[in-house]
Design a binder for this molecule. Structure first.
Ligand code: NAD
Ligand code: ZN
Length: 393
């Protein structure tokens, strides 16, 4: 035995780590359905679950009782200890750009002596979820994160995801980790204060995931886009739930939750989106940039992958019916194409861009023809009714 060991110097051992996803849907989780939330916290050795709560201040502007409600619910629940007052963070992309925010989060976690069995509850849009998620993932190499996404986008997409990140070196999501949240609660009431603009933003990710994985859902979105834009409850919540479940299935059953392979199939349209967000200095919301990116890569799929014109036209029309942009003048700036290299670098290895051969039939390509991409951008401008010969830029 010891002789064999002496001669063997390479040990290549594959191992798997079980992950567990807890997903809940509620109508009013800080009201009558608080028990759904409460049940997610397991008591630790001292018989209490210790937790901190961080809230996106955008919500508080629309619901001034929210912080008091959350405090009251957690404080009166036996077995739960709120270790400090509910904290607020300014929402939106700015929160991901400020290193002091991460320091504040880590300091508060340390001041409260949270450990790996403690919980951080975050209630907010995708930017606040990402930031709090990142700090929670690196403190003691990972505390338990309970996410309550409060935008349609963060419910429909990032909330169930296993990623978090902040912006660094002026680059989007440069600093971050993969970490499965302890639980995700999608609550309807928390969406009520959203502006119409932010409400519509989440549905570009729904169109994206439908185009990639579920043609029937894509047709549903095409038919119901105008109702969703008008915030009709039934189609909006159906679309959000369907989108969440498609994203979740990809993560839990797709075989590559931590993106070890080169392809990032859920990132259809995202090389454009990430670059547009940066070059417009985040004037465009992520959901708006995704809408434009999906339109561009759909046009390019039509020009290079035989995607039927009908699907491309339905995609442009559904995004427009959702009152989302499919065009921005920064698409004319050649700096956009740097987004391809940045996208490659983020993953490493060969450039891999997911395109479409048909609705529900994605394909990965490793090379983008810039001339055809310029033509795709031109095509989108045509469907957006933009006159490119006009001097307005
Ligand atoms: N980690 C991931 O897998 C992943 C996936 C997709 C997107 N993202 C990230 O998510 C971010 C975008 O998130 P977003 O679209 O949710 O927007 P956001 O977090 O930027 O929020 C937009 C605005 O809405 C406000 N707000 C949030 N909830 C509200 C509510 N219920 N009522 C009123 N105002 C509210 C916020 O304060 C903010 O001003 C981007 O940084 C993007 O990179 C991450
Ligand atoms: Zn996205």
């Amino acid at each position: 035995m010891s002789e064999d060991l002496g001669q063997q110097n390479c040990f290549d051992i594959e191992f798997a780590v079980p992950q567990f996803h807890r997903l809940r849907f509620t109508q009013d989780c800080f009201g009558s359905e608080f028990p759904v939330l409460q049940d997610l916290f397991e008591a630790s050795v001292n018989q209490t679950a210790r937790l901190q709560v961080w809230v996106d201040s955008g919500l508080v502007e629309h619901d001034s009782d929210l912080v008091a409600n959350i405090t009251q619910q957690f404080s009166q629940t036996p077995g739960i200890e709120l270790t400090s007052p509910v904290q607020q963070l300014a929402g939106g992309e700015i929160v991901k750009n400020e290193p002091e925010v991460i320091n504040r989060l880590l300091q508060t976690i340390d001041d409260d002596n949270l450990d790996r069995r403690s919980y951080v509850v975050v209630v907010g849009g995708g930017a606040v979820l990402d930031t709090v998620g990142y700090a929670t993932a690196i403190a003691h190499r990972g505390l338990r994160l309970v996410r309550l996404p409060t935008t349609t986008l963060s419910q429909a997409d990032s909330g169930v995801g296993v990623k978090n990140a902040v912006n660094w070196f002026g680059k989007k999501n440069w600093k971050g980790t993969f970490a499965t949240p302890w639980a995700v609660v999608n609550d309807r009431k928390l969406l009520e204060g959203l502006s119409d603009r932010d409400f519509r933003c989440g549905f570009s990710e729904a169109v994206k995931v439908a185009l990639l994985k579920d043609p029937e859902f894509f047709y549903y979105l095409c038919e119901n886009a105008a109702k969703i834009a008008a915030r009709e409850s039934e189609p909006s919540h159906h679309a959000i739930k369907k989108s969440i479940l498609l994203h979740l299935k990809h993560i839990t059953r797709g075989g590559d939750p931590f993106e070890v392979r080169q392809a990032r199939p859920l990132d259809f349209g995202h090389w454009v989106a990430h670059k547009l967000e940066a070059v417009t200095n985040y004037r465009l919301r992520h959901g708006e940039a995704v809408s434009i990116g999906v339109a561009v890569d759909t046009a390019y799929s039509y020009l290079t992958q035989h995607l039927p014109l009908e699907i491309a036209e339905q995609t442009f029309a559904s995004l427009q019916d959702l009152e989302l942009p499919i065009w921005d003048f920064s698409l004319k700036d050649e700096v956009l194409f740097e987004g391809l290299e940045e996208f490659r670098q983020h993953l490493g290895g060969e450039l891999t861009i997911t395109l479409l051969q048909d609705a529900g039939r994605p394909i990965d390509v490793h090379h983008i023809k810039l001339a055809a991409m310029r033509e795709a951008i031109q095509m989108v401008s045509y469907y957006a009714n933009i006159d490119l010969s006009s001097p307005v830029t």
